[in-house]
Write a new protein. Structure first.
Length: 723
């Protein structure tokens, strides 16, 4: 056994310690925690022991190592396999003294890389690798310089994303154009850079890149010659996709492009855009259709089949290199699979027979990518039920397969009637792999299943959700609406009498601390005690019209309540469904009532006001009393100034005052108004009178810019603008 050498420049500063044995000694249960309970590491350090193979043990620390840290490691109590050649203790040595490496930096590369070929532009790139994480950004420890004859120029440095603890930095200098004379680009990283938890680099590094006009021109000429050679490329296929319930996917095009090896860079194929290709590219087995070069780019070839794609067929694309001389293919063939048959359960619900509510059916809808073969589907499909406390689906169910009347890609499954029991049950619908499409081809590869819970007789009727919303009425007034969803339809008038809504005491008031049990809010119905309800107010609920056909389980009620308060909704076990089932226990839920939103709105978009008519513009406000109006009038001969600074429209102008101050050429009038506060949720209407601009009885003319904002005492103009 021996300690494996450290990676000189690891991928993580939490690099592992690896112990390698000369034989397989790992126990059968390699990951069991008991195997490592008695291993010793001094100083103690949190981390994870694990077997990476039968002959290699590894410790990975939770925190980064310290440079040059000294460790004492004992493996004498390690649990090993009984299959070792030795009996008794594990192969020696079992105790180790380890000194971790000192902090170091290495140069991964130092080179010029081509940024542009014509004209040739290059960029210096330097790669730094550290064996311990950086603790601060090293901008004060490096320099990049360009030296030419007697001149020395400092160059800016850009870096890859930096964060504390990073082990690698990739640096990039500025663009370098053709030099007029010989020179050198030099990089230096000085010692003293903080790394690891408590160390600094004891040694720095440097590198030099020579540049000159002669080598520059030579590289430029070489790149030109390479540009005339065929580019090495690989075939890249974008397989045609066929989605669920997707009739258009039957003949969706196949896209073929050429990319540089080990890259996503696309290479031009050398053919004219939109040209039809009668030779040079083919499919095996043959599929009739047409090959064309893309009309949008020089890199894609498009195959459009004239028949539906075969289902799940392995197909080979073959390229004739002589027909595409602009590229040099690493391989002239590439395989792909035509669209396979896939499926997905769209819905699966429990259906109630109105004539016999004690029995239910599961009805499911399955969507397919291809039209399925009904005989194959009926043979494969499985339906089964389990009843608590059973864990397995042991009782099979018969079912019907019903094709959809509108779509051949959709199938409905209806199980036999299932009686409601005293214990909860669950139905599983399973479609195993192996389904055949109506068009034939490869069978489906995956299985699909859906489970549907069947409540017990006592739990079949439940209140599933209860929420409070703010709803806008047709007359623009707001109202509070309680919406309740049940698991079964219920009679609306009976439902309304079976629920109660209470306004709970305001826990923010000191007088209510006892009722609130010294809480800031109730939060949960379990903390609302009977004595609390004696201080609560029952609210009147007004039923709202509901659509029993589309939403038979939804009930809506309007009510009035102050904002920022909590409510308690209560439903007794007397509440029953149309099918005759009652709540198993009382329902209670704490709900929160939000404040009605404030609104301040100009009622018309940009408008033309008649000289002879009423010169007023309406506004609406809700939950606001104090309003500041700002009217700016631009005289007719100055309106053209606004064209260059308006970034919006006539209806919604957005003036850039930073480039042109409105007060330089506009008359501005500001005034405040107070309006009575109506009931929350109700809207107040008012008007802005433009006759305020009348002087000596003259009719006000020009372009008016109206700004309306809420005014709060103590706020300056800037705060009001921001709000």
């Amino acid at each position: 056994m021996k300690l494996a050498p450290f990676d000189r420049f690891p991928e993580s500063e939490k690099f592992p310690l690896s112990f390698r044995f000369s034989e397989a000694v790992a126990p059968a249960e390699r990951s069991a925690a008991k195997n490592f309970e008695n291993l010793s590491l001094t100083p103690a350090r949190p981390g994870t022991w694990r077997w990476t193979s039968d002959s290699e043990l590894q410790f990975t620390p939770l925190d980064p190592w310290k440079p040059e840290e000294k460790l004492q490691i004992s493996l004498s109590n390690l649990v090993t396999s009984s299959r070792t050649k030795q009996t008794g203790p594990i192969p020696t040595p079992t105790n180790f003294q380890v000194t971790l490496p000192k902090a170091q930096v290495s140069l991964a590369y130092c080179e010029l890389r081509v940024n542009n070929q014509a004209p040739l532009i290059q960029v210096p790139h330097i790669g730094l690798r550290f064996n311990y994480g950086l603790r601060e950004f090293p901008k004060d420890f490096w320099d990049l310089k360009l030296a030419r004859k007697e001149e020395m120029e400092s160059l800016p440095i850009q870096t890859s994303p930096w964060s504390k603890g990073v082990l690698r930095l990739d640096l990039q200098g500025p663009k370098i154009f053709r030099p007029r004379s010989e020179g050198t680009i030099s990089f230096e990283l000085r010692k003293g850079l903080p790394v690891g938890t408590s160390a600094v680099l004891s040694e720095g590094l440097d590198c030099n890149i020579p540049i000159g006009p002669e080598s520059w021109d030579s590289l430029s000429e070489s790149l030109k010659n390479e540009g005339n050679k065929p580019q090495l490329a690989e075939i890249r296929i974008e397989e045609p996709q066929r989605y669920l319930n997707d009739p258009e996917g039957a003949r969706r095009p196949l896209l073929v492009s050429f990319v540089a090896p080990w890259s996503d860079t696309k290479i031009p194929h050398g053919k004219a855009k939109g040209i039809t290709l009668d030779q040079g590219i083919s499919l095996t087995p043959e599929i009739s259709g047409q090959w064309k070069a893309s009309t949008g780019n020089h890199t894609e070839l498009i195959f459009t089949p004239s028949i539906d794609w075969p289902v799940g067929q392995e197909t080979t694309i073959s390229i004739d290199p002589h027909v595409f001389p602009a590229i040099e293919l690493r391989t002239s063939e590439q395989k792909f699979i035509t669209p396979t048959l896939t499926a997905q359960f769209d819905t699966a619900t429990l259906y109630t027979n109105p004539q016999n509510p004690d029995k239910r059916n599961v009805i499911a809808t399955i969507d397919f990518s291809h039209q399925p073969n009904i005989d194959s589907l009926e043979k494969l499909m499985q339906a089964a039920v389990r009843v608590e406390p059973q864990k397995e689906f042991l009782s099979g169910l018969s079912f019907k397969v019903l094709p959809d009347e509108k779509s051949p890609f959709r199938i409905h499954i209806q199980t036999e009637e299932i009686p409601l029991r005293d214990d909860p049950a669950e139905v599983q619908l399973l479609l195993p792999a192996g389904l055949i499409a109506e068009a034939g081809g490869a069978p489906s590869r995956y299985s699909y299943n859906r489970r549907v819970a069947i409540p017990s007789r006592q739990d079949i009727f439940q209140i599933q959700t209860a929420v409070v919303n703010i709803v806008r009425k047709p007359d623009e007034e707001l109202q509070r609406v309680l919406s309740i969803e049940t698991s079964e339809p219920a009679q609306e008038d009976e439902f309304a009498t079976g629920i109660r809504l209470y306004l709970l005491p305001d826990c923010k008031l000191k007088d209510n601390k006892k009722a609130c049990r010294n809480r800031d809010s109730f939060g949960h119905e379990s903390v609302v005690f009977p004595d609390t309800l004696t201080q609560a107010s029952q609210l009147k609920l007004t039923p709202l019209p509901a659509d029993e056909k589309t939403s038979p389980n939804m009930f809506h009620f309007s009510f009035e309540a102050p904002g920022s308060r909590q409510l308690l909704l209560v439903a007794d076990t007397t509440l029953a469904s149309k099918t005759g089932f009652s709540l198993r226990k009382d329902f209670r839920s704490v709900l929160f009532v939000e404040d009605f939103p404030r609104q301040l709105k100009i009622l018309h978009d940009g408008s033309l006001l008649s000289l002879s008519g009423n010169k007023e513009l309406g506004i609406s406000l809700r939950n606001i009393t104090d309003v500041q109006f700002e009217l700016a009038r631009v005289l007719p001969h100055d309106v053209h100034h606004l064209v260059s600074v308006n970034q919006g429209s006539f209806a919604n102008p957005n003036f850039d005052y930073s480039s042109l101050g409105l007060n330089q050429f506009a008359e501005t009038l500001r005034y405040k108004a107070r309006y009575p506060m109506r009931d929350p949720g109700h809207t107040t209407y008012a008007a802005v009178d433009f006759n305020r601009f009348t002087k000596n009885g003259q009719v006000p003319q020009g372009m008016f810019i109206l700004t309306v904002r809420e005014f709060k005492k103590g706020e300056d103009e800037e705060q009001q603008r921001e709000r």
